[in-house]
Ligand binder design. Structure first.
Ligand SMILES: NC(=O)c1ccc[n+]([C@@H]2O[C@H](COP(=O)([O-])OP(=O)(O)OC[C@H]3O[C@@H](n4cnc5c(N)ncnc54)[C@H](OP(=O)(O)O)[C@@H]3O)[C@@H](O)[C@H]2O)c1
Length: 356
């Protein structure tokens, strides 16, 4: 099946190409196109995944949008993998699915848009397989668990979660006694935070993930209905590493208080039937399931009607290039499993007519 990859020179996209190039990986796909923000390459007879990133680097011209149109105009089944964080690329998602082109993506933007846009995507995904498990918790089975509960008639009653590897790492370092500025500098240096970490500190990314989780559970919600308190308010007038200085003393006091009360700060996404949805910094006792997370670890506590007083707890690395690329590849395999039987069913009437 033809597969085109947008974001092929990014961290996740490039790693996906490396995985596809491994002889042990047996995916029934043929890479026919790659693109980044500057160029695109299309080769209908197939591109070697191990050489595609290099060929894209040498390519001048072409665009991701043209590659999308080529895929839409081509044969079915076909698959687009969007490994960008781009709103412009995400904007094509519903149109691709409606045109019968399958979609796999770790990009949250399309699935965390308005409820109306989300419903359009879900409707289209009823007939064209799509998968977006890596949008929340990278390789962790978060969306699949919620989907399974729902499929069995169970109903979520509450969610508590830490969903940002970046903010988890930052808070871990601050609890270790490192200054805010140092912790943020490290996060930027290790590629965990954006070069300007104000974007990560805004909590927007966590709100998007909670939106996607709730929708998977069947809760209709607009992202704006989730109350959001940024981890840190850094004004835009100064460079971030200067602006953070004004908060150091407050944070030192907060961390000392947390230690004294045997508690930890976590950046928590929370929802319940009674209290709605919030994303904010929270102080939780050391014994709380969210308090044990360190570094990029995500923790998700799912309360449901069937689970009663014993919630499901999912824990593990919620960010990282290899695990995200691997989750995208597993989604590609899952979509292929759905598509290929469909394709053979579609072929059958043709064969029957020939026999008749
Ligand atoms: N990294 C992680 O641990 C992780 C975990 C979970 C989910 N994700 C999600 O995975 C996605 C990719 O993340 P990443 O870390 O690989 O990002 P990245 O390193 O910044 O790569 C982004 C890629 O997208 C391309 N791109 C951006 N805008 C584009 C446009 N308008 N048209 C075509 N290509 C465009 C970039 O092209 P250029 O190379 O030309 O700039 C680059 O190749 C994001 O949605 C992210 O939220 C990442």
């Amino acid at each position: 099946m033809p597969l085109a990859l947008i974001g092929a020179s990014g961290r996740v996209g490039a790693d996906l190409l490396k995985l596809l190039a491994q002889p042990a990986i047996d995916a029934p796909v043929q890479l026919v196109g790659v693109a980044n923000s500057r160029a695109a390459l299309w080769q209908a007879e197939g591109l070697a995944p191990g050489l595609a990133a290099e060929r894209l680097r040498a390519q001048a011209g072409g665009s991701a949008e043209a590659l999308i149109e080529q895929l839409i105009a081509g044969e079915r089944p076909a698959l687009l993998v969007d490994c960008t964080a781009s709103a412009a690329i995400a904007a094509h998602s519903a149109r691709l699915l409606e045109a019968g082109v399958s979609l796999v993506t770790p990009n949250k933007i399309a699935f965390a848009g308005t409820q109306r846009d989300y419903q359009r995507l879900r409707q289209a995904a009823l007939t064209t397989p799509a998968a977006w498990s890596a949008t929340v918790g990278a390789g962790l089975p978060i969306l699949s668990t919620i989907r399974r509960l729902r499929a069995a008639g169970d109903r979520l009653t509450a969610i508590e979660a830490t969903l940002s590897g970046t903010l988890g790492s930052l808070l871990t370092r601050v609890h270790d006694g490192v200054s805010l500025r140092q912790a943020l500098t490290e996060a930027v240096h290790h590629g965990l935070a954006e070069p300007d970490p104000r974007i990560d500190l805004s909590g927007q990314d966590v709100r998007r993930k909670l939106t996607i989780m709730l929708r998977e559970a069947g809760v209709e919600i607009e992202p704006g209905a989730i109350a959001l308190d940024p981890l840190l308010h850094l004004g835009s007038e100064q460079p971030w590493d200067e602006a953070v200085g004004a908060h150091e003393r407050d944070w030192l006091g907060l961390i000392q208080d947390a230690r004294r009360s045997q508690s930890r700060f976590v950046y928590r996404a929370r929802w319940s039937l009674a209290d709605g949805a919030h994303v904010a910094l929270a102080l939780v006792p050391d014994a709380h399931p969210l308090a044990g997370a360190r570094g990029t670890e995500n923790r998700v506590v799912l309360h449901s009607e069937y689970q009663g007083d014993t919630p499901i707890v999912i824990a593990g690395a919620g960010a990282g290039v290899r695990i995200t690329a691997a989750a995208v590849l597993a989604d590609v395999q899952a979509v292929c499993e759905q598509l290929l039987p469909l394709a053979s069913v579609r072929e059958q009437p043709v064969r029957l007519r020939r026999i008749a």
